[in-house]
Design a protein around this ligand. Structure first.
Ligand SMILES: Cc1cc2nc3c(=O)[nH]c(=O)nc-3n(C[C@H](O)[C@H](O)[C@H](O)COP(=O)(O)OP(=O)(O)OC[C@H]3O[C@@H](n4cnc5c(N)ncnc54)[C@H](O)[C@@H]3O)c2cc1C
Length: 414
């Protein structure tokens, strides 16, 4: 049973129940059937994604306004769906990538752009990818080199992107380009475009082979004199940084939704711990096993509450997406780092069986590692969180002098 948050509205609770029912009675049974047919994980992801679309559980539909065919369930609804899908251990990565790709239009697009671009995505007729990363640009996303030069009513793009999930098979690229090298100092150098993936001059140079089950046409893309009408620009020239940071915050909240997978880990570890007998008693009676279980339980509960609290802040307008960086970073870092640690604890509770493919913990570990990298590496996000703490005003009233250290004046008189 999904645990309601005390602040959830009746609409949130109803949606959570519907979601849980859909996962238990439709998505999971269908996925199990496909697995029994030995279908490869890629195909299962696509089948699962299509079922979600048909039954009205596309995360983009959950977020989008009713006027364009959405359900307007807010970030609480978005998080509920992410958590529930996570619990089912079934990937719907194509849908999530599309949400991350369409996030900027949801936040900043004109009505015309929403109608033109989002409706086909919501219906599952089209797919979107997000193109930030370049051969020489990773975490330093402000260093984007792909250039955009204005030529009358069009922009001309030249450069490369890499690591682009769905790249070669998506219909649109949400792309960020450098339109003014000189303005980098004041973060006005980037411009955001939402462009058709088949424009002349776009070539798909390579599909990467990955270690997880998430390959999804992970592409290296070249843009050579690609002409883009100005109608495909999101906001104005120079607004790309605002657009990108806001979209990354939606992505980080989505990634933090992996907390749903920890609910599955708990179920697995609980069932295993009670059933497995060693030294004439269930291993769940051993202190060491209980300590591992406590680690899983504490991290799962904390990650979950903080994530839903953030969704609530956004839904009630207490925070806006652009100024949400530190909070979404905390949620993403804590959620994904905890998932790795929880998966290891669950694996060790299950001993040798934990290492078997069928038990599914190995898949969680691979996914958790990727989620620590995607959407900005955890290490960099932690630096951002730490630096932000030191930038807050200092109130030394409660700190004994010996701890706070001497002021400059005191030090001069020493
Ligand atoms: C499977 C997969 C799918 C992806 N999908 C997409 C996608 O759809 N679209 C997209 O745009 N990108 C995508 N990416 C790229 C992803 O967002 C980047 O990998 C991520 O942002 C990190 O960039 P990087 O790999 O270039 O690492 P780098 O930035 O080169 O970092 C390498 C290492 O150095 C550390 N480091 C870097 N700078 C500092 C610093 N200042 N201080 C301390 N440590 C530092 C990092 O923490 C990391 O450990 C995907 C990646 C993968 C693996």
């Amino acid at each position: 049973m999904i645990d309601y948050m005390p602040w959830w509205t009746e609409k949130n609770k109803k949606f959570a129940d519907e979601c849980e029912n859909f996962i238990d009675t439709e998505l999971q049974p269908r996925a199990i059937k496909l697995m029994e047919q030995d279908l490869d994980p890629m195909k299962i992801q696509w089948e699962a994604s299509k079922l979600c679309i048909d039954k009205g559980f596309h995360p983009l539909m959950i977020l989008a306004e009713e006027e364009i065919g959405g359900l307007d369930q807010g970030y609480a609804g978005y998080t509920i769906l992410n958590e529930e899908v996570g619990r089912s251990m079934i990937n719907i990565n194509p849908l999530l990538t599309s949400v991350f790709g369409a996030g900027p239009i949801h936040l900043f697009g004109t009505q015309a752009q929403k109608e033109k671009f989002m409706i086909p995505l919501i219906k599952g007729e089209k797919w979107a990818s997000i193109t930030v990363t370049e051969p020489d640009v990773g975490n330093d996303a402000a260093g984007i080199q792909l250039s955009a030069v204005q030529d009358g009513d069009e922009w001309v793009l030249n450069g490369w992107k890499r690591f682009i999930t769905l790249g070669a098979i998506s219909d649109y690229h949400m792309l960020y380009a450098n339109s003014d090298h000189d303005a980098r100092r004041i973060y006005r150098h980037l411009t955001a475009f939402y462009i058709p993936a088949d424009l002349p001059g776009i070539t798909y140079e390579k599909i990467n082979t990955l270690i997880g089950d998430v390959e999804m046409a992970n592409s290296v893309i070249r843009y050579r004199d690609v002409r883009v009408p100005k109608e495909n620009m999101i906001l104005d020239p120079g607004d790309g940084w605002t657009v990108m940071i806001s979209a990354l915050n939606i992505e980080r909240l989505g990634i933090a939704g992996v907390v749903g997978q920890s609910r599955n880990l708990i179920e697995t570890a609980r069932a295993y711990g009670r059933r497995r007998v060693q030294f004439k008693m269930p291993i769940s009676r051993f202190n060491g096993i209980q300590l591992r279980m406590a680690n899983i339980s504490m991290k799962m509960n904390l990650a979950r509450v903080y994530l839903y609290y953030l969704a609530h802040m956004l839904d009630t307008g207490e925070a806006d997406m652009f100024s949400f960086g530190v909070k979404s970073a905390i949620s993403k870092v804590f959620g994904t780092q905890s998932l790795t640690e929880m998966a290891l604890d669950a694996l060790f509770i299950c001993g040798g069986d934990g290492y078997l493919q069928e038990i599914g913990i190995g898949g969680v570990l691979k996914n958790a590692a990727l989620m620590q990298i995607a959407g900005g590496s955890n290490d960099i996000l932690k630096l951002f969180i730490g630096r932000n703490e030191f930038m807050q005003d200092v109130d030394t009233r409660m700190i004994p002098p010996a701890v706070r250290g001497p002021t400059k004046e005191e030090a001069d008189n020493l």
